[in-house]
Design a binder for this molecule. Structure first.
Ligand code: SF4
Length: 352
């Protein structure tokens, strides 16, 4: 096997071997793959708007938006289309060209589809890229969103199939894979990753990455979240993950999916600058940017930009979140940098 080759037949042994490499060797390999596919000094920046917050019927053990856990989160109804478009306009005025919209739902109800389709169309009319995370989608819903012009859909696998039942019981792993198939079949780009630090074994991190890397087409975006422990959720008392295990996960994701954007997502606020810099060095090249991501803090934009400046990193102007396996007919995507994120929620599903 040659380093950086696009493959969909990774074995557990292959991935175990990568995780077992000495840290310096692993990160060097990841950086080598990264440089062969991306500008190593650019990081894509995305914004996120919570279009419907809290009161989610699902039981994801990490999530403050689940109605089952008392986290003190204030729930909000689905935003009006005009209000979403207004936020998108502000984001655009601040330089954003991609707008991610997240709703805390099991799946969209028929009565909500008109509104979300209207949001996609309205944001597209502004000349912006669109991304959504709304929970599970059936074929028709995926088609309706694709027809409206939705560019990306986020739906995470969260963890390995083996550990999954410890974290979520209200939807199955297979349900998630079906939604991802529906998104692909409808022609949308896929954003799919997981969360580490949920008490899983190292073998579960291998299992998660194997699932992602052996998809018929790699997700264009692969968010790797670190658990944000929120008081009131079942995982509030989880132990810290060794930061080097987090970096190893990023590095292995980069090697397994050379053309995907690997997103450093939730959990960034508890990482120091050194860990974030190491994550970029290991191949992470996308972040969410916002002053406040509703349910948990996110590093302030200015702090992000200061870190970028200290590291000589530029926000990516053209985020080609395109797998080369795809035909390259999409327009370039400029970086989305917005200081207007006061209503954005930290959605594991979009951050995730
Ligand atoms: S992660 Fe998503 S589906 Fe799970 S409880 Fe939170 S909002 Fe609901």
């Amino acid at each position: 096997m040659s380093l950086g080759e696009i493959r969909h037949d990774w074995s557990r042994k292959n991935v175990d071997r990568l995780f077992a490499l000495p840290f310096n060797d692993l990160v060097f390999q990841a950086q080598t793959v990264h440089r062969a596919n991306f500008n190593a000094n650019e990081v894509q920046v995305s914004t996120l708007c919570s279009i419907k917050t809290g009161a989610c019927p699902e039981d994801c053990a990490y999530c403050p938006q689940s109605v089952r856990y008392d986290t003190g989160l204030e729930r909000e109804q689905l935003m009006a289309i005009d209000a979403v478009i207004e936020e998108a306009k502000q984001a655009k005025a601040a330089g954003a060209t991609r707008f991610c919209m997240g709703a805390a739902w099991r799946s969209p109800k028929s009565r909500d589809m008109g509104a979300v389709v209207g949001m996609v169309k309205g944001v597209k009319e502004l000349g912006m890229e669109t991304c959504m995370t709304l929970g599970m989608l059936d074929q028709q819903q995926a088609k309706d969103l694709a027809d409206a012009g939705l560019d990306y859909y986020n739906h995470n696998l969260d963890t390995s199939p083996e550990y999954y039942g410890e974290v979520i019981t209200t939807r199955t792993y297979a349900d998630r894979l079906t939604t991802l198939d529906n998104v692909r079949d409808a022609g949308m780009n896929v954003c799919c990753g997981g969360i580490v630090g949920m008490g899983e074994e190292a073998s579960d991190r291998v299992g998660l990455l194997l699932q992602l890397a052996n998809m018929v087409q790699h997700p264009e975006s692969v968010p790797i979240n670190q658990l944000v422990r929120v008081e009131g959720t079942p995982l509030a008392q989880e132990e810290d993950l060794d930061p080097f295990d987090f970096i190893r996960t990023i590095a292995v994701a980069r090697i397994l999916m050379p053309k995907s954007h690997v997103r450093l997502s939730a959990g960034r606020e508890v990482m120091n600058d050194q860990t974030q810099a190491l994550a970029f060095f290991a191949g992470a090249n996308s972040i969410f940017y916002g002053e406040k991501l509703l349910t948990t803090a996110n590093p302030e934009e200015s702090k992000d930009m200061q870190l970028f400046a200290r590291l000589g990193i530029q926000p990516e102007k053209y985020a080609l979140e395109q797998n080369v396996e795809q035909s390259s007919t999409e327009p370039n995507i400029a970086a989305a940098v917005s200081p207007q994120d006061s209503s954005a929620a930290l959605f594991y599903e979009a951050a995730n």
